[in-house]
Design a binder for this molecule. Sequence first.
Ligand SMILES: *Cc1c(COP(=O)(O)O)cnc(C)c1O
Ligand code: SF4
Length: 448
Amino acid sequence: MIAHSSQGQRLTPLLSLRYAFRSDEFWRDLDHWKDIDAELFLNHLWQEKNAITSVGALGALIKNRISAAFLKDLEEGHRMAPMSIRLTPYILSLIDWDNPYLDPLRRQFLPLASEICVDHPMVKLDPMGEQNDSPAPGLTHRYPDRVLFLATNVCPVYCRYCTRSYAVGLDTDAVTKTKINAPGERWEPALRYIEANASVEDVVISGGDAYRLKARQITEIGERLLDAPHVRRMRFATKGLAVLPMKIQSDHDWTDAISRLSDRARKMHKSIAIHTHFNHPNEITAITAKALGMLYERGVEVRNQAVILKGVNDNPQTMHRLNECLAYLNVRPYYCFQGDMIRGVEALRTSLGDSIALEKSTRGLIAGHNTPHFIVDLPGGGGKRDIHSFDYYDPYLGIAAYRAPAVKKDQVFLYCDPLHTLTADAQALWTNPATRTQLLDDVLKSVK
Ligand SMILES: *Cc1c(COP(=O)(O)O)cnc(C)c1O
Ligand code: SF4
């Protein structure tokens, strides 16, 4: 089908209008970058060099766009946050600074004191217990056939709700980070463990973020794992495509390293993919489309793992738009995670009930293979479960129990909705230690 463009002069396919990703020089909107041309802005080294890593630097950059009250809110929010601040100029300039309170990208990365909600008494710093299922530093072996390898603990940006708040990023006023892997020989025990375990067929290389691995490190880890006969599948996890997409075009070494690995894997009938992390359609621009197009041409498969975040993507229109845009760009929407029970970011969590409703209202709008699984990654190491598969859920008390028979046979795993989604009466049952213990006992008894 075709339609006239708004000027009525050119015939443009209607479909492409729906996917006319932002291609203006949006960063010039901020005084600080008004003289930066596209060539410089599209260089990943310039992006890295100009990354914003403190509230002070951020304040200086946006001060004539925001109110003093907003800045104070931000400074106070940052003092209480579990994650350090790091933003690329790309993502910072996609934030609507005339509307910073509501902006979905601001909400993902920049904490405000006025938004902080009381932590549920059951939240933790390492809710998944990754440090418990760990046979070597930086390695988690929870599922029979696959392992999670944390090869770095740094990222191109820091997300407020990071599941690895215990380790990722710099120390903050609120959290001193557990040191996991640093590059070099500290990878050796993890790689040896994988090589020695024939049951490991699938390796997730994460962190931190694989964008932070140098080309030669990607090659080193990738080649070594491809050489292990039992390793069939590998994924490199990075939020980079959402926050620093220009790297795919300007960092030839990195992109070539991934492509070469992918080509070699294919010749060996093995597979390599990138797992990325888009949460909102505003993260997708013409720059993203170019980067993803290039990876697609080179045959590198890309899948997406989003996180359901209150006030960011927890409405059906946004969620569907995200999936639709990803599908258009040949990125497979793989998972959509329920927010983890981490300290300090309750404002971003939804209740299970709301996430289930979100899943119901979006399923069916797009092909099944472009519909993500809605998942809750269970506190205590139960692993990822379909959000609908609870054995018990009481939306009034905001508590659910799940079993994971294939992962940890006899255990019951609990997930709690954030207090701000409950009534005052229900909240009181949680904040009083005696009623809380009783309530937890009752739930466990009812599923035993
Ligand atoms: C998420 C995760 C994996 C990969 O799980 P998939 O369901 O295959 O995506 C593997 N190990 C750990 C510890 C994980 O958290
Ligand atoms: S990019 Fe991933 S690992 Fe890094 S801070 Fe964000 S969620 Fe955490």
